[in-house]
Ligand binder design. Structure first.
Ligand SMILES: Nc1ncnc2c1ncn2[C@@H]1O[C@H](COP(=O)(O)OP(=O)(O)OP(=O)(O)O)[C@@H](O)[C@H]1O
Length: 263
């Protein structure tokens, strides 16, 4: 059974005029698979992720998680956004611990679990620091630890490294690879960055211009474990060329749609 099953999903935001963000999206994601959603700006990637998170409802079609319909957010589907949105008045430890408490548990302190997560993301020495004392990369590490401490079955990531500088981004990609290698959580990862998608994903879904559907699925068969050294391998570069070609196609269509809408 697929972990996530998206069948014929459409989403129209009400308004004048209404915005058709998704149309005919079909996607099946296996347990433990790492899937990247790539597509032109504004095509509907975040909309699809928000539907999986339970933040938005689809207007047509079906979205199932472990066979059951997705109707609302749940800790089994943790979300990591571009900005970690940490509580500034809580320390790193308590920001991560708060995730568990949000699950409705009466237990106040998940010290062993939180410490293990902080260790995994390399923040043990900063457990008593406040968010204002952290760099952007460190804040995102807290966001990832906060999501993972809930032991989610799926990690939904919306351009989680989009606001980071290039070097930090590479470090975070390697960190995510090593975490995923250990946990094998299903990951759905929205990104604009082709290198990032090829480095991380088992499968890349290139989305069309809005209203988005999955224009092409490409299996990335690079051996694992992967590292940033793979970025320059001939296989990597070949995947990149193939995806750039698809993306150019999607971008050209998106530009044509925008032009049409403007006249
Ligand atoms: N709450 C909303 N109400 C109305 N329209 C919305 C809403 N959220 C998104 N949209 C519209 O839906 C379309 C898809 O937006 P979405 O954020 O899903 O795209 P995206 O591919 O994630 O974009 P980007 O890569 O630039 O973040 C856009 O035209 C956007 O303006």
């Amino acid at each position: 059974m697929a972990n996530i099953e998206i069948t014929n999903v459409a989403k129209t935001y009400p308004g004048n005029p209404p915005v058709r963000a998704l149309d005919n999206v079909d996607l099946s994601i296996r347990e433990g698979e790492f899937v990247a959603l790539l597509g032109p700006s504004g095509c509907g990637k975040s909309t699809l992720l928000n539907i999986l998170a339970g933040f938005e409802a689809n207007t047509e079609g079906e979205v199932r998680f472990d066979g059951g319909p997705i109707t609302k957010p749940a800790p089994e589907r943790a979300v990591v956004f571009q900005e970690a949105a940490l509580f500034p008045w809580l320390t790193v430890f308590h920001n991560v611990n708060f995730g568990r408490r949000l699950q409705g548990s009466t237990r106040m302190n998940y010290e062993p679990e939180v410490n293990a997560m902080l260790d995994m993301v390399g923040l043990t020495d900063f457990r008593h620091a406040y968010p204002s004392q952290l760099s952007g990369g460190m804040r995102q590490r807290v966001g990832i630890a906060r999501a993972l401490v809930m032991q989610p079955r799926a990690l939904l990531m919306d351009e989680p490294f989009g606001a980071l500088d290039a070097q930090t981004r590479l470090t975070m990609q390697e960190l995510l690879l090593s975490i995923w290698q250990k946990h094998k959580t299903t990951v759905v990862f929205v990104t604009h960055d082709i290198d990032e998608a090829v480095l991380l994903a088992d499968r890349i879904c290139v989305m069309s211009a809005r209203p988005a559907h999955i224009a092409r699925e490409i299996d990335i068969k690079l051996a694992r474990p992967r590292s940033i050294d793979d970025l320059t391998s001939p296989e990597f570069v070949a995947y990149k060329a193939e995806i750039m070609h698809e993306m150019r196609h999607a971008h050209a269509k998106a530009a044509a749609v925008t032009k049409e809408a403007a006249v």
